[in-house]
Each structure stands twice: as structure tokens, then as C-alpha cells.
Design a protein around this ligand. Structure first.
Ligand SMILES: [Zn+2]
Ligand SMILES: [Zn+2]
Length: 164
């Protein structure tokens, strides 16, 4: 079975999708997106009045860099790099990814393979972060892995790496 389409995007079979829906993933017009994301203290990062990206309320985050801090809205669609804001940052800036409500930093899943020593920051899909149901993205501005992706996918990538 093909796991990726022509653009290299992940194809998730319908049965699996049903299962994913129980975990907070939704599909609309072939886009898989999240509806909820929480900081480690349980603040909701996706609220209906967030900027819309790709037709969905985006994920609001407080990004802190050496040059300054800015509120940035990132696409809730998996494998999509669209963002609003962050013009002060340049490619390769490593950022602290924080909750706009309480300033808590998002937990680290593990290293990104990028040249800037990025790390994957996790966003919990459940209010209770102990459920470990999460998406993640690289904390370096401009990294191609800065799109929201399933934490489980990244973990299996690590496992494949260890087996080689
Ligand atoms: Zn918070
Ligand atoms: Zn990276």
C-alpha cells in the first residue's frame, strides 16, 4: 500500500483515520488537521477567533528568539508549513515555543536532523499531557520540519534510524 501521495504527503487509510479521529485528528478535503492543542498546563492553543490558515483556526504560539518575541499562528493542517506572523525571525533562528496564556515552554520530543540543531517541540492533543497524544514540529524558524506532524511518526522515524 502506498503511504505517500505524489507530493510526498502522508496518506492515511480511512480505517486508520477513524482511529485517528478518536485522537483528535480530522479530515476535510483531503487535509488532515487538528482541532485542539494544549500547553503543558492545559491552555487551549486553538480557539475559534485565531487567524484562519487553510480554512481552519490556527495554532497560536508565543515564539521567543534572540531578536525578540512574537505571536505566531501556525497551520493546524498536518505537513503544511503555512504560518502568519514571525517576520522578525530569520531562517535558522532557534526559538523558544511558548504558550501565549501562561508562557510555559512546550516539551521537547527529541532532536530534529536539521543543520541548526533544532528540536521537536510537542503540542498535546489532549488536555491531559500524560496521554502522550501529540503533534510536534522543529523549533528552528525556516526548518522544513517546521510543519505540524504526528509525534508517533517522528518516533518511528527515530526507531528506523536506530535500526540502520
Ligand atoms: Zn499555558
Ligand atoms: Zn529542524
Amino acid at each position: 500500500m502506498k503511504s505517500f501521495d505524489e507530493d510526498g504527503k502522508l496518506i492515511i487509510p480511512d480505517k486508520e483515520l477513524q482511529k485517528l479521529q478518536e485522537h483528535g485528528l480530522y479530515k476535510k478535503e483531503n487535509k488532515i488537521h487538528i482541532n485542539h492543542a494544549f500547553c503543558p498546563k492545559g491552555h487551549e492553543l486553538i480557539v475559534p477567533d485565531n487567524e484562519l490558515i487553510d480554512g481552519f483556526p490556527s495554532i497560536k504560539l508565543w515564539l521567543k528568539g534572540e531578536i525578540g518575541n512574537e505571536l505566531v499562528f501556525i497551520s493546524p493542517v498536518l505537513n503544511n508549513l503555512n504560518r502568519i506572523g514571525g517576520e522578525i525571525f530569520s531562517k535558522g533562528n532557534k526559538l523558544k515555543v511558548c504558550c501565549p496564556e501562561c508562557g510555559s515552554r512546550m516539551p521537547v520530543l527529541g532532536p530534529c536532523e536539521c543543520q541548526w540543531n533544532g528540536e521537536y517541540m510537542m503540542l498535546s492533543l489532549d488536555k491531559n499531557p500524560e496521554n502522550q497524544n501529540a503533534v510536534c514540529f522543529c523549533d528552528v524558524w525556516g526548518c522544513p520540519k517546521g510543519d505540524v506532524r504526528l509525534a508517533g511518526e517522528v518516533i518511528s522515524e527515530y526507531m528506523r534510524g536506530y535500526q540502520m
